[in-house]
Design a protein around this ligand. Structure first.
Ligand code: OKP
Ligand code: ZN
Length: 348
């Protein structure tokens, strides 16, 4: 029986606003706690799913498998500064541009403010007093989802992660993401054999790609909006194929705007073929409901029915699977879309 891993701790991360550049004004931040509430309400309908909540746990070992210690230390210092009342919610004032090193060989600055610019890749990823707690909870839910699959308790688990994770790399964060939940899950499973990560969020999972770019044990495939016109702009192109031992272990399939369900399934088939040839023992899915039509920051045309077909095609791989929630920002449809996708994994 599939299991759903959920924790209410996500609600402590509640970024208020985002700068909408083109409109020269602040608008509501797309990643709000309501997203999880809508998904949870919808997926409760799944008769076959068991919903598990969990408490705190020590994640240090799991952190360091996928993230640099400097990034984790920074987040912990940041939290201490919030706890001491030294900070108000903020975003990076600047990000570490390659020009930053042009005056000297200066490396990371020491203050929390300076380090935010060092580690964060954009100014859309707010830091608040409740952020780190929620981030740890999301990461823990992905790790726990992987452990339940590894131990054979469930053959499919769904970690209702918020904030999302796939834009967080080994030593950087951004794109509403802080720690890479899917990478945390994959690293648990990779101890027992080769693992494939399939990322079907609307945006390219640049963090996931970077973490495993040199790894031959973890194959990464991603379907996403063409980075020519979509975030994260600097990665997600077809010529990024992996490096060293990880050569040909990364596959990017950029999609045109308003792609139809039929076209999408053709690209998906390519990803699934490559995954089969890799012969993984387990699958980690980064699932974003922002691939559905009507997403406020996406422009694809997938209907709920298409999303079900996408789920079915993936489910047919018949691999032990951990599904991590990534994006999806249309509150009116996010529940229905997640439910359509998960229905496809009722395969026992
Ligand atoms: C996170 B996930 C909207 C601009 C979008 C960042 C997108 C991050 C998406 N005003 N900028 O992949 O869904
Ligand atoms: Zn996304």
């Amino acid at each position: 029986m599939p299991g759903i891993i959920y924790t209410p701790a996500h609600a402590d991360h509640k970024p208020e606003s985002e700068l909408h550049g083109s409109r020269r004004e602040l608008g509501p931040h797309p990643d709000n706690p309501e997203r999880v509430k809508r998904i949870l309400d919808a997926v409760k309908e799944l008769s076959w799913a068991e919903i598990r909540e969990f408490g705190e746990r020590d994640l240090s070992r799991n952190f360091f498998q996928v993230h640099a210690s400097g990034l984790i230390d920074y987040f912990r210092d940041l939290q201490n500064s919030f706890d001491r009342g030294e900070l108000d919610p903020f975003v990076a004032d600047l990000v570490a541009h390659r020009a930053a090193g042009s005056f000297s060989n200066r490396t990371a600055p020491r203050t929390v403010r300076g380090l935010t610019g060092w580690y964060c890749t954009d100014a859309q990823t707010p830091l608040t007093a409740g952020t780190w707690g929620a981030v740890c909870a999301a990461f823990a839910s992905a790790v726990q989802a992987a452990e339940l699959v590894r131990d054979g308790t469930h053959s499919v688990t769904y970690a209702l992660c918020r904030p999302p994770g796939h834009h967080a790399g080994r030593d950087f964060f951004g794109g509403y993401c802080y720690l890479n939940n899917a990478a945390g899950a994959a690293s648990v499973l990779a101890r027992s054999g080769p693992v494939a990560i399939l990322d079907i969020d609307y945006h390219h999972g640049n963090g996931t790609q970077q973490i495993f770019y040199g790894s031959k044990r973890v194959f990464t495939a991603s379907l996403h909006a063409d980075p020519e016109h979509a975030y994260p702009f600097y990665s997600g192109y077809t010529d990024e194929r992996g490096t060293g031992a990880g050569r040909r272990k990364n596959l990017n399939l950029p999609l045109p705007s308003r792609v139809t369900g039929e076209e999408y399934l053709k690209s998906l088939d390519k990803a699934l073929g490559a995954i089969k040839r890799f012969r993984p023992k387990a699958l980690v899915l980064s699932f974003g409901a922002d691939i559905a039509e009507g997403d406020p920051i996406g422009d694809l045309g997938l209907t709920a029915e298409d999303v079900y077909s996408v789920g079915q095609a993936i489910s047919k791989l018949n691999l032990p699977t951990v599904i991590c929630q990534e994006g999806g920002y249309n509150l009116e449809t996010i529940g229905e879309i997640a439910l359509s996708f998960l229905r496809a994994f009722d395969r026992e």
